[in-house]
Design a protein around this ligand. Structure first.
Ligand code: IPE
Ligand code: IPE
Ligand code: MG
Length: 245
């Protein structure tokens, strides 16, 4: 974990990792089975729940799940409609069960283009889990890393505090996050592509990257554990020289 200046802060405690996942490959998962893409997204919802449940045992304190990018509005209306319904189902059915297990949930992203019923479900989940446990799950919906930076930058000019910290706080505000969270330590992308697709760009400045061909609906607790284990073997230097052994 590094602070907003890019300097090394305390290394994250073993239970304190911030992991982000670009959950890709659900459409291909369905197509490979002769199913409509929406079935892949439904199977993806089950994987979301699995991974959230497994995260605390893997030492993950904050989990950011990239569910829908602002660029995904370009998809056919029918697919977008199905995705919004699936998100709503998640917030109505899965989220309350997860909150009862002590998980806090919040949503990052633009919000004002979401269906009203989805927005209400999100607000209810956020309100009921705000005082929740130490494990924080953030779902990025209608999220664009670039847009977030541009909007924070437009509010940045008037400020005179320690710049990077102020900027990180402004960014959290425009992302609708209620606070700046630690930088992302590990970024996982499923589905085989090796790109970032407008994910939280500021927060990944020193993230370790982990790409896997596994399609999102097949991603299991064991896969998450394998990614975190691999992460723990990496030598994170934050600009310093390698540790002498
Ligand atoms: C990611 O899976 C989910 C969203 C972007 C909403 P995709 O729908 O992109 O799945 P593929 O990449 O087409 O297989
Ligand atoms: C990235 O997946 C966004 C999410 C997983 C939410 P995409 O499938 O939209 O990314 P590209 O289009 O392949 O870059
Ligand atoms: Mg994709």
């Amino acid at each position: 974990m590094v602070n907003a200046n890019g300097d090394e802060q305390l290394r994250p405690k073993r239970s304190d990792l911030h992991v982000a996942i670009i959950m890709d490959g659900s459409g291909r998962w369905a197509t490979a089975r002769g199913l409509p893409r929406s079935e892949g997204h439904r199977a993806g919802r089950a994987a979301v729940r699995r991974v959230i449940e497994a995260a605390p045992q893997c030492g993950i304190g904050t989990l950011t799940l990239y569910a829908f990018s602002s660029d995904n509005w370009r998809r056919p209306e029918s697919e977008v409609f199905e995705l919004m319904r699936i998100f709503e189902g998640f917030f109505h059915v899965d989220a309350p069960a997860l909150i009862r297990r002590g998980i806090r949930m919040s949503v990052l992203g633009q919000r004002d283009r979401l269906p009203v019923s989805l927005l209400q479900a999100i607000e209810k989940v956020e309100a009921s889990s705000r005082s929740g446990g130490q494990h924080h799950v953030r779902l990025a919906i209608d999220y664009s890393g670039r847009e977030a930076i541009v909007r924070a930058a437009s509010q940045f000019r008037q400020t005179c505090d320690t710049p990077a910290e102020v900027f990180a706080r402004l960014l959290a505000e425009v992302e609708q996050a209620d606070e700046a969270v630690p930088d992302i330590d590990l970024l996982i992308r499923t589905g085989g592509e090796q790109r970032l697709s407008n994910c939280p760009l500021w927060e990944i400045a020193y993230a370790e990257l982990y790409f896997t061909p596994c399609l999102w609906p097949d991603f299991s607790a064991a896969d998450l554990d394998a990614a975190v284990r691999e992460f723990r073997t990496r030598d994170r230097r934050f600009g310093h020289l390698p540790a002498l052994v």
